[in-house]
Design a protein around this ligand. Structure first.
Ligand SMILES: NC(=O)c1ccc[n+]([C@@H]2O[C@H](COP(=O)([O-])OP(=O)(O)OC[C@H]3O[C@@H](n4cnc5c(N)ncnc54)[C@H](OP(=O)(O)O)[C@@H]3O)[C@@H](O)[C@H]2O)c1
Length: 310
């Protein structure tokens, strides 16, 4: 089968098209014919030797975690041959999603809603799970909460806005002016152009901040949070300075990591099936063009999600 491999950590030019054996599913695993893959910033970080690289011991590395496709072999009672499924496979382990076939733990996937295509389904895996787990588990958004989502136009942010609205929150999201219309179309109540103003000059009394950006933005976010509020950073550390500032103000600050979960995928499948949330796929590439897909992703300007077709 065709797969994209890397033989060494490095730039996008290290991504190579290769012919590799179709993997074999073990106990409680399924083999999936991949119809769509979605890519995430952690793919780029891992390609460079950071991100999830520490947990991967086997070379060459087949990057990627997000897929949607069709089960061709099943060793699990949860899904059967012919089922259309989607999920984030084995994160933060070796997902091996950049391929025509992938083996998945049956507990990492869910049935794909029939009202959406494979591109939209693949797009609603790692980024949507991150939003879901942070808004319903690590922090539990309640109706009326004032929620600030940094980078509402990105992969995680565009799901976080929709999920927070579904949970009854008042949602404020940041992006550049170019993406304001998109952010508001997702249901945000307010938009802040982070390039034109300092968000901390505009906001107060926030219950929950989802920080998808730097520790500096995490630190500045403390100023807008109310006592008893929560800051979660997914892309940067809770530094000693942030921890001290949070403690002084009675704010809970933590850094979280998304985890594979078929149960959470089922919750996302319900929301997608009911059109409570949707994936926005702004760019699509063929597997042979994975280098171009990575180059676009690492620009940091992605609107919604990028999908790759094997
Ligand atoms: N810990 C975890 O479990 C976890 C899970 C998922 C993702 N992450 C990390 O979270 C980060 C975000 O992931 P993602 O998939 O959402 O990324 P992404 O899709 O690449 O984000 C791109 C978006 O970020 C916006 N943006 C860039 N700089 C910004 C700023 N200073 N303020 C506000 N918006 C800004 C851009 O909008 P403009 O063009 O308008 O600026 C663009 O639409 C990545 O570092 C990723 O690795 C961590």
């Amino acid at each position: 089968m065709k797969a994209i491999i890397i033989n060494d950590f490095g730039p996008a030019s290290n991504l190579e098209l290769a012919d590799v054996s179709v993997p074999k599913p073990g106990d409680n695993e399924v083999l999936i014919k991949v119809r769509s893959i979605s890519i995430n910033p952690v793919d780029v970080k891992t390609r460079g030797g950071k991100g999830a690289a520490g947990g991967i011991k086997e070379w060459p590395i087949i990057l990627g975690w997000d897929i949607s496709g069709e089960v061709t072999e099943s060793n699990s009672g949860l899904v059967k041959k012919g089922d259309e499924v989607f999920g984030m496979i084995n994160f933060p382990g070796h997902g091996k999603a950049y391929a025509e076939y992938v083996v998945a733990n049956a507990n990492h996937i869910a049935l794909k809603p029939t009202n959406i295509g494979h591109d939209e389904a693949a797009a609603a895996c790692l980024a949507a799970l991150t939003a879901w787990q942070n808004l319903t588990d690590y922090y539990k958004v309640k109706p009326g909460d004032r929620v600030l989502v940094h980078a509402g136009s990105g992969g995680v942010g565009h799901f976080a806005i929709q999920i927070a609205k579904h949970l009854g929150a008042y949602v404020i999201a940041t992006s550049s002016e170019a993406n304001k219309k998109f952010v508001m179309s997702l249901g945000a109540d307010e938009h802040i152009d982070y390039q034109a103003v300092n968000f901390e000059d505009e906001l107060n009394d926030i219950d929950f901040v989802l920080n998808t950006q730097s520790a500096e933005i995490g630190k500045r976010s403390l100023a807008v949070l109310k006592e008893g509020g929560a800051l979660i950073s997914i892309a940067s550390a809770i530094t000693d300075e942030i921890a001290a500032g949070a403690k002084a103000k009675g704010i809970k600050a933590s850094q979280t990591m998304v985890k594979s979960s078929g149960k959470d995928m089922e919750q996302l499948a319900k929301l997608l099936a009911d059109s409570q949330i949707g994936s926005h796929v702004s760019e699509t590439y063929s597997l042979d063009d994975m280098q171009k897909a990575h180059t676009s992703l690492e620009s940091g300007r992605t609107v919604g999600k990028i999908v790759v077709k094997p």
